[in-house]
Design a binder for this molecule. Structure first.
Ligand code: HEM
Length: 448
């Protein structure tokens, strides 16, 4: 067996590294990168002794390694989201679920969700005040929550209202519990775990009603929501998804998809207000019915402000040779999305917000990695990109986004995702039909 070789790292005790990592995680990553280069070792709570990598060749190799050798790390997620959640299953069970649940998030299926997302965006934006600053994050969270509840859960009426009220509480509490030790004794219904289990029971009761209603629906085969597709889909052996699998996976899709998409949209607002030239071109493009620059802008927002800063793998076989290193079984590896996106060898002028770098040029899927990579790459990536595109298109079509010379907002960790510290402050004016054509004429005149 190959001798273990690990990169260097600070020798400070776990408590000290953990405290710095909690107070200033991205600063710590930058400093360690400056000191040790593209791979280093850290020792922090939750992950223990972990290796952080950001060298593109090593990242690519890890993402391409078979899941039998390197797979996700199991936190308490199975307890929070359920044992059938993507975040709790490995090996064959994971492969089977990916095969079944990938089609609803791709190709033609996605088009069916566009109308729902636009309706939700228009509905939410109808209440936006004109000329008064507010945080974009709250409205974006409501749009993405409603979009998932309708497109994925197929929820409507009473169930939609109940889930809309319950799920943010369940997800918020769940994301805190993931980092906490599991109590050995039952601390009662008022303890955080007790409350999480009570929310979960409430959630399961609503899902049972949704499943029952879908089973009774004579037009189930005409429905496009993911729940309807789950109920009709079959594994290779002819078996269908169990009620518990459906319930856990719906909750997983919502937990993974709602806040990540909303925080990226809040960053898009934050970046665009500070780049008026891009903003003007985007407004022109939307009036002309185009989308190329908008799609490139979303890619660039995700590069400069990846809301998830790292993905995690655990080595599950002895002695994996990964680039310069030989990693022992059980080794935790963090792929730093944050660091690789700032690599000047991959993205010239990496700190500059420049959507043009992606116009007519798709990014390399092992270097531009806001959705992670390999067999665990985000299953909702195409859904999220379509959703962000539709929300941004609606915003630019119906409003003028007012630029600002304020300093950029700092990164703030919400536990799961990094958001702009002030929630992405936004100021808008509604564009009437006359205003749309006069804006267009003014821009055309300025360009002439
Ligand atoms: C901008 C929005 C989003 C971002 C930045 C994001 C990011 C990520 C990342 C970094 C991972 C881990 C990948 C890895 O370990 O290599 C992941 C996994 C996952 N995401 Fe997303 N995500 C987003 C939206 C969504 C949406 C909309 C959904 C579903 C509707 C979703 C569902 C999932 C699921 C189920 C997984 C686990 C996949 C597996 O383990 O096989 N995500 N996402």
């Amino acid at each position: 067996m190959n001798a273990v070789t690990l990169p260097d790292g600070p020798s400070l005790p776990r408590f000290v590294q953990g405290t710095v990592g909690l107070a200033a995680p991205l600063w710590m990553m930058r400093k360690l990168h400056e000191r040790y280069g593209s791979a280093f070792r850290i020792n922090i709570p939750i992950f223990g002794e972990a290796v952080v990598i950001s060298d593109p060749a090593e990242v690519k190799q890890l993402f391409m390694t078979s899941p039998e050798v390197a797979d996700i790390l199991d936190f308490n997620l199975g307890l929070v989201l359920g044992p059938h959640s993507f975040f709790a299953i490995r090996g064959d069970a994971h492969r089977k679920q990916r095969k079944l649940l990938t089609p609803p998030f791709h190709g033609r299926r996605l088009q069916a969700y566009e109308a729902i997302i636009e309706q939700e965006a228009v509905r939410e934006m109808a209440a936006w005040p004109e000329g008064r600053e507010f945080a974009a994050l709250g409205p974006m969270m409501r749009i993405t929550l409603n979009a998932i509840l309708r497109a994925v859960f197929g929820a409507d009426g009473a169930e939609l209202a109940e889930l809309r009220e319950l799920l943010p509480r369940l997800v918020k509490l769940g994301s805190r519990l993931v980092a906490l030790p599991i109590p050995r004794t039952d601390l009662g219904r008022w303890s955080p775990w007790g409350r999480a289990y009570a929310y979960r029971r409430e959630y399961d009761a609503i899902i049972d009603r949704l499943i029952e209603a879908a089973r009774q629906d004579p037009r189930l085969d005409e429905r496009d929501d993911v729940l309807a597709l789950m109920l009709q889909s079959r594994y290779d052996d002819g078996g269908s998804m169990s009620r518990d699998e459906i319930s856990d996976q719906l909750l997983t899709l919502l937990s993974a998809g709602h806040e990540t998409t909303a925080t990226t949209l809040a960053w898009a607002v934050e970046r665009l207000r500070r780049h008026p030239a891009v903003l003007r071109r985007l407004a022109d493009e939307v009036d002309a019915g185009g989308s190329q620059l908008r799609e490139a802008t979303i890619l660039e927002v995700q590069r400069v402000r990846p809301v998830i800063d790292a993905t995690v793998r655990e080595i599950c076989a002895p002695g994996l040779r990964l680039g310069r290193w030989t990693l022992p079984e059980g080794q935790v590896v963090l792929v730093s999305i944050y660091l690789i996106h700032r690599d000047p060898a991959l993205f010239p002028n990496p700190y500059r917000f420049d959507p043009d770098r992606f116009v007519g040029h798709r990014p390399d899927s092992y270097q531009w990695i806001p959705f992670g990579g390999g067999t665990r790459r985000c299953i909702g990536a195409a859904f999220a990109q379509m959703e962000m595109n539709v929300v941004l298109r609606t915003l630019l079509r119906d409003f003028t986004l007012v630029p600002t010379s304020d300093r950029g907002e700092r990164w703030h960790s919400r536990g799961v995702a990094y958001c702009p510290a002030k929630g992405g402050r936004i100021v808008v004016h509604r564009r009437t039909a006359e205003r749309q054509s006069s804006d267009h004429a003014a821009r055309a005149g300025a360009a002439a």
